[in-house]
Each structure stands twice: as structure tokens, then as C-alpha cells.
Design a protein around this ligand. Structure first.
Ligand SMILES: [Ca+2]
Length: 143
């Protein structure tokens, strides 16, 4: 429950720039929850790839290509080319400034998660429909 736990206070401090690096590591160390781990991993992944040039608050085109090719092989293709990455980046880069900020990165991940969820749901529905359409196996009494 947000607002009444110690973790909420920690997150508030996390958002304060003065404490961000210190508290970020503290949160990573404290996290025992899978969803929180996943969120922290999303943040950490952005930071890891954004921090390879002079601007660690955004992904340059080169950094974004590397992130897509390395971290998203299932969603974007095992052998996704640089040209294909640039097409993806052009879509992600809604501000059209050649840089992917954290909001654009999260929006991109939201799109990928939503698409994957839809594909899983469609596959489950197709499987259920196939089960309903197939005749029930005959019982020994019916033979
Ligand atoms: Ca950068």
C-alpha cells in the first residue's frame, strides 16, 4: 500500500536528485519483490546504455541501437539490423531530436509489453478454441 510503507518513503527520496544514486543502490539491495526488481532492471538498463557518452540522461542513436540489439532479441528480432533499429528509433524518438530520453524509452517498453501481452492472449484464445472444437475423447462405456 503506497503511502504507508517504508518503501514509499524510500521511493520519494529516490526521486530527489540529491539522494538518487545513493538511494537507488539502497532500493536495489532491499528489493525482494519480482515486480520491483523488474522495474529497477528497466531503470538500470536505461542507465547502463545511456551512460556510454557525455550525456547519460539520454540514449544517443548509437546507444539505442546497441540496447535494442543486445537487450531485445526476441521482441525486435535475433538479427535485427542497424537500419531496422534506426526505423524503430525514429518511431521511439517522438521529440525528433535524435535522442531517446527516459520517457520515450518507457513508452517504447510499454508498447512492446502491450504487444506481447496481446500476442499471448491471442495464442491462449486460439488454444482454447482448438480444445473446444475438438471432439471429446470416447469413454470406454461408449465403445
Ligand atoms: Ca547517452
Amino acid at each position: 500500500m503506497l503511502g504507508s510503507t517504508g518503501s514509499c518513503t524510500t521511493v520519494s527520496y529516490f526521486l530527489h536528485p540529491k539522494y538518487s544514486l545513493f538511494v537507488f543502490q539502497e532500493i536495489v539491495d532491499m528489493s525482494k519483490v519480482v515486480l520491483e526488481d523488474a522495474l529497477l532492471f528497466l531503470i538500470d538498463t536505461f542507465r547502463k546504455y545511456a551512460d556510454t557518452d557525455s550525456d547519460k540522461t539520454t540514449l544517443s542513436t548509437k546507444e539505442a541501437v546497441r540496447l535494442i540489439q543486445t537487450e531485445l532479441p526476441i521482441f525486435c528480432g535475433q538479427n535485427v539490423t542497424e537500419a531496422e533499429c534506426l526505423e524503430i528509433i525514429d518511431i521511439i524518438d517522438t521529440r525528433k531530436n535524435g535522442l531517446i530520453d527516459f520517457s520515450e524509452y518507457i513508452t517504447f517498453l510499454h508498447y512492446i509489453a502491450k504487444k506481447f501481452h496481446q500476442d499471448l492472449s491471442a495464442a491462449e484464445k486460439k488454444k482454447e478454441d482448438a480444445c473446444m472444437a475438438s471432439p471429446a475423447p470416447a469413454t470406454p462405456a461408449e465403445n
